[in-house]
Design a protein around this ligand. Structure first.
Ligand SMILES: Nc1ncnc2c1ncn2[C@@H]1O[C@H](COP(=O)(O)OP(=O)(O)OP(=O)(O)O)[C@@H](O)[C@H]1O
Ligand SMILES: [Mg+2]
Length: 746
């Protein structure tokens, strides 16, 4: 897991109350104090600490350690006495302090117990020491805060909600920020979110237009906009809020936010307003408390110890009964010769006392040393993991690292593995492999026996081509050259309908920055076939079409999300025609086509199924001509949905749905994403060990099944591969029951 690599296990509960108390002592106006526990909305005014302090928002200081000097002893002892054996030995110790039953000197128990407790305590203390150290390191990192118009260095922990922070390239974001302005054009900036969600591709964030012009520190120091937004929560991909500034009101979304844990990339500098700090940041809200973890071996040992203890009690009972019988039959007759000790006055009480004495004498049957041995074995294991040569990555020169010594043996007892597909099983390097345009497939290698045709050379045809692009089917290039309208539209769509950013270092030397590698591959394909995406501004897209520069005005972007499974753009070309271009999953796109596409649709779906059966990732492409009136009508309802403060997402989805209708099919693309090295072998070995593997993917079903076969998740000798297609709990349950009647479901 990459979540919070530099910020180990989190425990925040201590920080909040302490911090809040401190602010209360500063004598703030009690009438303004809001009940912080039920924060319903957050109000933040830029550059106004006094105003923001009324709300007692958490500061940017984080605490992930479990103990401090004072709490260490009680908390740690409390945790350790949850171990059955430790409690048992404490109990013995108390028994031994009673002289009438004590049969062994008290130190025979206290020495081993003290030893076990102190070794564990030292281990816990060291773990926590490292947490303290990393907390300190994080809290003391320097960030540049804008104070009275000048940029000053401040420690991260001194940053407050409402401050404006300056970030430079490759710096970690210190708190959850609203992006205000950036050194890049149009208030754009790029971030890497690997620490948050494990994805290493770059993401784009954009500031709202009213603040993107602020630029220099003086303007920003005078900025006194107020943000009203949702309270702290753990949703990484969502943010809703509104910015009020100088009579204007802007809707804020996740697209405007830089979250703590991200790294700024490819951007010289940017400024952000702190919205959530410290424990309120989305990163920290996502990391649970540091819990006391117990492995299944621990549980087993605890049960064993309980059984052994029961056995011990039984032995004590048998021996005490023997004692009672003997005292009654024989002992009592010897009273004058060997009298009972003072408090004992009958044989039953004598038996009661001897029961406890036997519990003490026989205590060695409970194996306390087992716990120590297991701890030592775990420590040894963790070293073996660190030394394992087969887990050494020779490319990045890193060895495996056991970060905890408490959970190692669980590794040998894994039953289920949950994996993501793209980027985990596959390389996440996408290559444009085949396509279907107007019912015609390109890129197919018809005869596998014939030698593979040569890689196409695009340089003569198009000086802007990417030399790394690889395609073998010359007929597609021919179609473009002879001016086939469908082919031109197909590549025009690919060069317009995406969210890729381009960077042109020197004339003609283009570098695409794509949020999703699929899009990168498609835009690069269009580039090689003569439809070169050059640059974009918030309102335009510039494309070099077969050597001719064309600037489209970008009227709307209908974003992709994983429910819609498609994205569209609406553009106006220089002749004034308005078109909607849409690309997305065939399942959703094909049902939104104009009825006149029926024949082409049948052919294209056959092609799509063929592509999917080869394990390729497919997308269908379509367009729609819009009249000026249609556009005007729709843009009004879109604007209305976009500025709505409640249910904005649903309203936007409805608006998108309205316009993405009656489209004309252009074709389909197929992209290959190769498996990572060693994946099939690894999966085969894991399934030999009877480990069940689940893979998550958003691909087309046929593609997913095919990839399942190629990575040996599914094998030919699995007789009973079945597909469950339900959308509700009930229907899934129904389908599962019909396949396996004996299955037990909750
Ligand atoms: N940029 C895009 N534009 C249009 N449609 C897209 C885009 N990206 C994905 N899709 C479509 O949406 C579907 C779901 O994609 P999504 O990215 O949510 O899947 P995923 O969970 O990332 O799956 P995987 O890990 O297999 O990539 C895809 O199968 C594809 O058809
Ligand atoms: Mg995806």
């Amino acid at each position: 897991m990459t979540i919070a690599r530099d910020l180990p296990d989190k425990c925040l509960s201590l920080l909040l109350p302490l911090h809040r108390k401190k602010q209360q002592q500063q004598g703030l106006d009690a009438a303004h104090l809001k009940e912080s526990r039920t924060e319903e909305e957050r109000r933040v005014r830029a550059n106004d600490r006094e105003y923001n302090e009324r709300f007692q928002y958490a500061s940017n200081c984080i605490v992930t350690s479990k103990y401090n000097v004072l709490t260490f002893l009680p908390v740690n002892l409390f945790e350790q006495f949850q171990e059955v054996a430790n409690t048992y030995f404490l109990f013995l110790l108390i028994l031994q302090l009673i002289p009438q039953i004590s049969s062994l000197p008290w130190f025979t128990t206290i020495v081993p117990l003290a030893l076990v407790l102190s070794i564990t305590a030292v281990k816990d203390a060291t773990d926590d020491f490292f947490r303290h150290k990393s907390d300190n390191q994080v809290n003391n990192r320097q960030s540049q805060v804008l104070i009275h118009g000048s940029v000053q260095n401040e420690k991260w922990m001194n940053v407050r909600v409402g401050d404006i922070i300056k970030l430079e390239n490759n710096q970690f974001v210190a708190a959850d920020l609203l992006l205000l302005s950036s050194s890049e054009p149009h208030g754009l900036c790029y971030i890497e979110t690997a620490e948050l969600d494990g994805e290493t591709n770059m993401k784009v964030r954009q500031s709202v237009p009213v603040t993107s012009e602020l630029g220099d520190p003086h303007n920003l120091a005078a900025f006194d906009g107020e943000v009203v937004c949702e309270p702290p929560n753990n949703k990484l991909d969502r943010f809703s809020g509104t910015l009020y500034w100088r009579e204007c009101k802007c809707v804020l979304t996740n697209q405007n936010m830089l979250l703590r844990g991200c790294v700024l990339r490819n951007t010289e500098a940017c400024y952000g307003l702190v919205i959530f700090a410290g424990p309120d940041t989305k990163l920290m809200q996502n990391s649970g408390r540091t819990k006391f973890k117990r492995t299944s071996i621990d549980c087993l040992m605890n049960t064993l110890v309980l059984w052994i203890f029961c056995f011990l009690v039984c032995m004590g009972v048998i021996l005490a009964v023997g004692n009672a019988v003997w005292e009654k039959e024989v002992g009592s007759l010897f009273q004058s010769y060997l009298p009972w000790d003072p408090p004992v006055d009958n044989f039953l009480f004598s038996a009661f006392l001897s029961f406890w004495s036997y519990v003490i004498i026989l205590n060695t049957v409970v194996p306390i040393s087992l716990y120590v041995s297991v701890e030592v074995i775990r420590l040894g294991h963790s070293y073996f993991i660190n030394w394992d040569r087969q887990m050494f990555c020779s490319q990045c020169l890193t060895a495996a690292e056991a970060r905890t010594t408490t959970l190692n043996e669980e590794l040998g007892q894994v039953e289920y593995i949950f994996s993501d597909k793209t980027g985990t099983l596959t390389q996440n390097i996408m290559s444009f492999n085949k396509c279907s345009i107007n019912g015609q497939v390109y890129g197919e290698i018809t005869d596998p026996l014939e030698p593979k045709p040569k890689r196409l050379d695009f340089t003569a045809f198009n000086p802007l081509a990417d030399p790394d692009f690889c395609f073998h089917d010359a007929s597609l290039l021919e179609c473009v050259k002879v001016g086939d309208q469908h082919t031109h539209d197909f590549f025009r769509l690919l060069s317009l309908c995406h969210t890729v950013m381009s960077e042109e270092k020197s004339e003609g030397e283009l570098l695409y920055k794509a949020q999703s590698p699929d899009e990168g591959a498609l835009v690069t394909a269009a580039r090689n076939f003569g439809f070169v995406f050059r640059s974009r501004t918030p309102g335009t897209i510039t494309v070099t079409e077969l050597g001719r520069q064309v600037t489209y005005s970008l009227l709307a972007i209908l974003d992709f999300n994983n429910i819609r499974k498609r994205m569209s753009v609406i553009v106006r070309d220089p002749q004034g025609r308005i078109r909607l271009y849409c690309k997305g999953a065939d399942t959703l796109l094909l049902e939104r086509l104009h009825p006149c596409n029926q024949e082409l649709m049948n052919v294209t779906s056959d092609h799509l199924n063929e592509f999917a059966a080869d394990g390729l990732r497919t997308l269908a492409l379509a367009y729609r001509e819009l009249t000026e009136e249609e556009w005007e009508d729709w843009s009004q309802s879109h604007r209305c949905a976009d500025t709505a403060s409640d249910c904005r997402e649903e309203r936007l989805a409805d608006a998108y749905e309205q316009i993405e209708q009656d489209m004309m099919l252009l074709g389909a693309t197929a992209i290959e994403d190769k498996l990572q090295e060693g994946v099939p072998e690894t999966i085969a070995i894991l399934s030999l060990a009877n480990i069940k593997i689940w893979v998550l993917t958003g691909d087309k079903q046929e593609t997913a099944v095919n990839i399942g076969y190629s990575c040996k998740m599914l094998t030919d000798d699995m007789g009973e591969v079945f597909i469950v297609n339900g959308h509700t709990v009930q229907s899934v349950r129904q389908e599962l029951r019909s396949v396996i009647p004996s299955i037990r479901l909750p």
